[in-house]
Write a new protein. Structure first.
Length: 189
């Protein structure tokens, strides 16, 4: 009888020891999960994505003031920016970040007449995104290789200085990927 009691006591000690070991392993597993998640998020937001909170209504209605947009900084290395893409770009001094839509491509001729954009003499159909008309005309201008003609969607307050509207490819910081705020407007571009 005494052997049965010792076996039960040994079994209880073994169960207690195993439970302690499982608790320790669970803790290590959770630490590993949080560590990997932290490293992944750090890499995600330092190498791939960056956020911009839009402060003006230049891209309305696609992007409203207060929207937070994540931009894909690696997209331009895998696929050349295309007409209609919403991009973040820096000013000539490299100090500010602006958001606009690519309207003219490298090597094209662009002009603004009567508030409308013409590419190579043909009217560009921008009904899907452009609002209003540009206040002033821009003479026919050739877009150099490696540069893009970028305008905001709300054309009524847009600059008409052609030199500032032509953006070199190296100044493009990224392509709009997803709106993350406000929660009611979350969406993919």
């Amino acid at each position: 009888m005494e052997t049965t009691g010792k076996a039960a006591e040994t079994g209880l000690r073994r169960v207690a020891r195993n439970q302690a070991e499982y608790a320790r392993l669970r803790l290590y597993t959770w630490l590993w999960v949080f560590g990997v998640a932290g490293v992944t998020l750090t890499l995600l937001f330092t190498a791939w994505l960056f956020g911009v909170q839009v402060r003006d209504s230049g891209m309305a209605p696609a992007i409203e003031p207060g929207d937070v947009i994540l931009f894909d900084r690696l997209a331009k290395y895998f696929q050349s920016p295309a007409r209609g893409d919403i991009v973040a770009f820096s000013d000539a001094a490299g100090e500010g970040t602006y958001v606009g839509r690519i309207v003219g491509m490298p090597g094209e001729t662009v002009a603004v007449s009567g508030g409308r954009v013409y590419i190579g003499g043909s009217l560009l159909d921008e009904r899907a995104y452009a609002m209003g008309a540009l206040a002033a005309d821009c003479p026919e201008t050739h877009i150099p290789e490696g540069s893009f003609f970028i305008l905001p969607d709300d054309r009524s307050d847009a600059l008409t200085d052609v030199a500032k509207l032509i953006v070199d490819a190296y100044r493009i910081k990224g392509r709009a990927l997803v709106r993350v705020s406000p929660l009611s407007r979350i969406g993919i571009f």
